[in-house]
Write a protein that binds this ligand. Structure first.
Ligand code: ATP
Length: 217
């Protein structure tokens, strides 16, 4: 019988900016699913989709500040180094080669999972990794498009991830947090102090670099 490899979590996103919705999901999944580490992977954003005045390097620096106190979390810079749109299927294939001693678990929120079957070569993702889907307020139900996938691949317990394999889907019971980066970006220009949603270090960085003050054209 194959021996199970340690689990490595990959949590992709724009992280524009990273907030406690992301951070707490990463921490809870890491602990409850027994992952050796969770790597937060900010995607490349084409200039027309990027927040004006906020570079990829700055999104990455905010991730690094947010995770500084948590040795079980790390920045995964793979997609930032690319000058093309990020495709999780390609990134996970690369990470699969980069971490041959690990089994990969791809972490995503329910809103993202509900779109999953529209992603580029999504079937390939299930060949490389398991999925851990975090609950998100306002996205309580599984979409019609993702239902069949869930029915076919759902596992009921995190312990099953510790068996060798891939393509399994766990709906993870994280604490719900009604936080969104889009709302945060809209609110930042009028905030006087660090909101509950943001780590203080990230807030300080935003102030210092005057981020999110320019409007999207
Ligand atoms: P927006 O509010 O603009 O959609 P976002 O925070 O969802 O921003 P991303 O940085 O791309 O944008 O999110 C990265 C991943 O984190 C996605 O899979 C998303 O579903 C998940 N996520 C984001 N916020 C939460 C939250 N509050 N609770 C659970 N998962 C979340």
């Amino acid at each position: 019988m194959n021996k199970a490899k340690p689990l490595l979590g990959i949590f992709g996103g724009t992280f524009d900016p990273i907030h406690y919705g992301h951070l707490n999901c990463a921490l809870q999944v890491q602990q409850h699913c027994g992952l050796q580490q969770v790597r937060l992977m900010p995607c490349h954003l084409p200039p027309h989709r990027a927040s004006p005045g906020v570079s990829a390097a700055q999104r990455a620096q905010m991730v690094e500040l947010a995770i500084a106190d948590y040795p079980q979390l790390a920045l995964e810079p793979l997609e930032l180094q690319q000058q093309r749109p990020s495709y999780s299927a390609i990134s996970l294939a690369q990470l699969h080669q980069q971490f041959p001693e690990h089994q990969l678990a791809f972490i995503l929120g329910m809103d993202a999972f509900n779109q999953f079957t529209r992603w580029y070569r999504w079937q390939d993702i299930l060949q490389r990794a398991d999925l851990i889907v975090c609950q998100r307020p306002q996205h309580a139900t599984v979409s019609t498009a993702s239902q069949p996938l869930l029915q076919q691949h759902q596992i009921q317990t995190a312990a099953e991830l510790q068996q060798p394999g891939h393509g399994r889907i766990l709906l993870f019971n994280n604490a719900l947090q009604d936080i969104s980066a889009t709302e945060l970006r809209q609110q930042i220009p009028s905030l006087q102090q660090c909101p509950d949603w943001l780590p203080q270090s990230v807030w300080n960085y935003i102030l210092q670099h005057r981020l999110y003050t320019l409007r999207t054209p």
